[in-house]
Design a protein around this ligand. Structure first.
Ligand code: ADP
Length: 371
């Protein structure tokens, strides 16, 4: 792919603040036009610093920052084809909605008539036409969020940067604005880079998620892959919805590694190609959707044929049927609980609350990671 096909590239980007804090360590990513990228990670991991480097509000200590194939490390923020939305929206209280939105075009000295046309267009697109003359201080959180969006988009950036833009909204509003944001991004086809510490938000919105930890990139993956195939213990724990079974390597063959664990000899796929030498400490990550629940009365031969040795005894703690889906919570002997769900027809009459069963999986659908 030619360089110009990328909207944004970070190559070996580092940031160390003047006080010596290493905030971003060797960040690498190539973003294609129209991608929705989320930076996800706990507070202080370097998400905002990276976003501010892209916008130009923060300098890059070393490495290359490229926008549409051009190195922009030394370019002023206002010269970059980026626009930024902050968590508190930073609207001007003394200006009405229209004036707030027009502000960026005035800075660019766009002729009045042309600016008015563009402002009207974007106000219309975001459903703000009716409140264009109102003071922003009198508007709701959702409306203020939309005005901030309109103000950033009216300058027609190549890349929109969003720093926890939904953080100030309540849960319901957050959900509906999430949907709007996604539709708008698809419609406009521009690249969005979004900072959040909320997994659900990143999973719902993004094409790819960059998980950061203490300044470093842990993994860059599409949402689904992030929880079915985490590449480190940090990501597996941060994303949450999976079971982690620690052990030591017994043997590794053909990309499948077998570990000795507290639950016996269990296996998963070694997708990262880790050197799985004997006795190395590793863990099996079992995503919820890879888990099958097998009634205790199934024959050993059948179990072996389908799942190999990957079967752990459990007791069914709760069992609830919603429509055609059975939701269960099962408990392992170490008191770990796992949520499992499946079609009712598959389990009806064979699995009962309080009864025993096996948590089982095919080796290829679990992943082994280091640690
Ligand atoms: P996040 O956005 O993931 O919460 P930040 O990028 O804000 O993380 O911060 C990353 C690290 O850099 C933290 O250790 C933070 O304390 C430090 N940091 C952020 N801004 C500054 C600054 N202006 N001066 C010095 N250190 C900073």
């Amino acid at each position: 792919m030619s360089l110009l096909a990328y909207d944004l590239q970070l190559s070996n980007v580092y940031k160390t603040y003047d006080n010596g804090t290493p905030a971003v360590i060797d960040f690498n990513i190539d973003v294609v036009k129209g991608e929705f990228i989320a930076f996800l990670g706990p507070s202080g991991c370097g998400k905002s610093t990276t976003l501010r480097m892209i916008s130009g509000f923060e300098t890059v200590t070393s490495g290359d920052l490229m926008i549409r194939g051009k190195r922009v490390n030394d370019q002023l923020p206002e010269k970059r084809p980026t626009s930024m939305i902050f968590q508190n929206y930073a609207l001007f209280p003394h200006m009405n909605v229209r004036q707030n939105v027009r502000f960026g075009l005035e800075v660019k000295k766009m002729p009045r008539a042309q600016a008015d046309r563009k402002v009207d267009e974007i106000l219309e697109k975001l459903g703000l036409g009716d409140i264009a003359e109102m003071a922003t201080s009198r508007l709701s959180g959702g409306q203020r969020q939309r005005i901030a969006l309109a103000r950033s988009l009216v300058v027609e950036p190549d890349i929109l940067l969003l720093d926890e833009p939904l953080g100030a909204l309540d849960a319901n509003l957050r959900k509906s604005i999430q949907n709007e944001l996604k539709l708008l991004q698809r419609d406009l086809g521009i690249t969005f880079v979004f900072v959040t510490h909320a997994q659900s938000e990143a999973l719902a919105l993004s094409d790819r998620i960059v998980v950061m930890n203490a300044g470093r990139v842990e993994q860059i993956s599409p949402p689904r892959e992030l929880y079915t195939r985490p590449s480190s213990l940090f990501v597996a724990r941060f994303i949450g919805s999976n079971t982690i079974l620690p052990g030591t390597v017994r043997e590794g063959q053909d990309g499948i590694v077998t570990l000795d664990t507290a639950f016996g000899r269990l296996a998963g796929a070694n997708l990262a190609g880790i050197d799985a030498h004997k006795d190395r400490n590793m863990s099996i990550v079992l995503p919820a959707e890879a888990v099958d629940l097998v009634p205790a009365d199934v024959s050993e031969r059948q179990m072996q044929a389908e799942f190999g040795a990957n079967a752990i005894p459990c007791t069914i703690e709760t069992l609830q049927i919603v429509g055609h889906i059975m939701h269960m919570v099962v408990r392992l002997k170490d008191d770990k609980t796992i949520k499992v769900e499946g079609h009712v027809d598959k389990f009806r009459d064979r699995l009962k609350a309080g009864g025993s069963a096996f948590v089982a999986w095919k080796s290829g659908s679990a992943t082994v990671i280091d640690g």
